[in-house]
Design a protein around this ligand. Structure first.
Ligand code: KIV
Ligand code: ZN
Length: 512
């Protein structure tokens, strides 16, 4: 492990972001990518929360090699037993148990006295310890807790066997100076603190999560809990890429490093944003589209003369290659495969053939391909779930005086089906009504967003949508030079996820 341990909670706290719900395959794919990123600990989920979470934690524990795999459990017997059931096959399992310690939580949420909370915490750690040596305890809402009670709890759980003690700022209320001082206070006032790793977990309600985590580290914290792109409850958590790059870039000041494989940062960020449907703002530090762009003439001139005039990091460090034109219509299979390998994609023959065919079809409509285009194609093409409905082709008639009409051909289990429909809402609406007509579903469109992958008139358009089904949101994504086609693909992508997860139910009802 690095001097600073990176505990990634994208799949647990990150998945608690409003509107985000990852399926089993998506969680597994993200976990594999987190292992390539070389995080020290993956918090894979909260097994008691749902069967889906349980199954995902279990599969990650069985399949993902390298990092410690952690699962969250409240300080109760049922939660801890369920967490262990999911984790038991991991090479390095960690049970992460928690209970709140602030008076406000004790009084209004738990209805417990301090002594009762202390007793529950100790019992939980003892039970977790009977399953695995690696036990983390979190004192939820630590920052707003009575400091001396917090120290008592921390001392008692270490005595009971906790190997990591986490001091969360659950509501994102702390300032860096105060949070750093709290960590120092714990170090100075918990007699057995050297027997455990001090972890920090910050929320970003005031935009201070990264600053607070760094201040804590300066005062003795050895583990930082974070998420990719900073996603998470409300305003999110400490952003992994920001805290890691701060340590790396300001090594002269912080003098402590993580073991993160920096070259995987950009790819991980893209994967998480595409799977969660949470796009990254352009001016986001490290992974935003503008993070390494120079707009003003003075800056551009400076960078051309000497990069360090206006750049403190190199884009290549996080795996972001220069976005130059790499392939065109005449590029062959070899060049295509080589470039994908250089970008870090290892595809099997089937996927490669499929992708190359798609590239050739698109190359007739789009003259040049950059690395960003290729990344978008790969993410779009690699389907982790069966395709109940696949787009064969789409055609729309639209105009300021025409009634928008769509005709679609879809490959279905019953063969190719063709349908047309019109709709006053516009061409994309007409496409969606036609798809509903074929599938027999009536999906509620919760969100629709369109983005251009690169600039230029022939840029690839990327459409991300959210469909609501039984109070859950399903994210769909589609990429094409034609935005109508991209919209159709995104919708079908979400429908296929709904069918995959609710197959039996849908067969009975045919009504989404
Ligand atoms: O924010 C928080 O306090 C948490 C704990 C469960 C660690 O997420
Ligand atoms: Zn949290």
């Amino acid at each position: 492990m690095g001097e600073i341990r990176v505990f990634d909670t994208t799949l647990r706290d990150g998945e608690q972001s409003p509107g985000v719900s990852l399926n089993f395959e998506e969680k597994l794919e993200i976990a594999h990518q987190l292992a390539r990123l070389n995080v020290d600990i993956i918090e894979a989920g909260f097994p008691i929360a749902s069967t889906g979470d349980f199954e995902a934690v279990k599969a990650i524990a069985q399949e993902v090699e390298g990092p410690v795999i952690a699962a969250l459990a409240r300080a109760t017997e049922r939660d801890i037993e369920r967490a262990w059931e999911a984790l038991q096959f991991a090479e390095q399992p960690r049970i992460h148990t928690f209970i709140a310690t602030s008076n406000i939580h004790l009084e209004y949420k738990l209805n417990k006295t301090q002594d009762e909370v202390l007793e529950s915490a100790v019992k939980a750690v003892e039970l977790a310890k009977s399953y695995t040596d690696d036990v983390e305890f979190s004192a939820e809402d630590s920052f707003r807790s009575d400091k001396d009670f917090l120290c008592r709890v921390v001392e008692a759980v270490i005595e009971a066997g906790a190997t990591t003690v986490n001091i969360p700022d659950t509501v994102g209320y702390a300032t860096p100076q105060e949070y750093g001082a709290l960590i120092k206070y714990i170090k100075d006032n918990v007699p057995n603190i050297e027997e455990a790793i001090i972890s920090v977990h910050c929320h970003n309600d005031l935009g201070l999560a990264v600053a607070n985590s760094l201040a804590a580290m300066e005062n003795g914290a050895q583990q930082i809990e974070c998420t990719i792109n900073g996603i998470g409850e409300r305003a999110g958590n400490t952003a992994l890429e920001e805290v890691v790059m701060a340590l790396n870039t300001r090594q002269d000041y912080y003098t402590k490093l993580t073991d993160i494989n920096l070259k995987e940062i950009y790819k991980t960020s893209k994967l998480v944003s595409s799977m969660t449907g949470m796009s990254v703002q352009a001016n986001k530090a490290i992974v935003g589209e503008n993070a390494f762009a120079h707009e003003s003439g003075i800056h551009q001139d400076g960078v051309i003369k000497e990069r360090t005039t206006y750049e403190i990091m190199e884009a290549e460090t996080i795996g972001l290659s220069e976005n130059k034109i790499v392939l065109g219509k005449h590029s062959g299979r070899h060049a295509f495969k080589d470039r994908l390998m250089e970008l870090g994609y290892e595809l099997d023959d089937d996927n490669l053939n499929q992708l190359f065919k798609r590239f050739k079809d698109l190359a007739d409509r789009k003259k040049t391909f950059t690395d960003r285009d290729l990344e978008a194609l790969v993410e779009d093409e690699i389907n982790t779930i069966p395709q109940a409905y696949e787009l064969v082709n789409v055609q729309v008639i639209s105009g300021d005086r025409a009634l928008p009409t769509a005709t679609l051909r879809l490959e279905t289990e019953e063969g190719v089906v063709t349908e047309s429909a019109y709709c006053e809402g516009g061409p994309i609406d007409a496409v969606y009504v036609t798809i509903d007509q074929i599938t027999g579903f009536n999906c509620e469109l919760d969100d629709y967003a369109i983005d251009a992958i690169t600039s230029g008139k022939d840029a690839l358009g990327e459409v991300t949508i959210k469909l609501k089904y039984r109070d859950r949101l399903f994210i769909g994504r589609g990429v094409s030079v034609d935005i109508i086609e991209a919209s159709a693909k995104a919708y079908l992508n979400a429908v296929n996820k709904i069918v995959y997860e609710n197959g039996d139910l849908i067969a009975d009802q045919k009504e989404v």
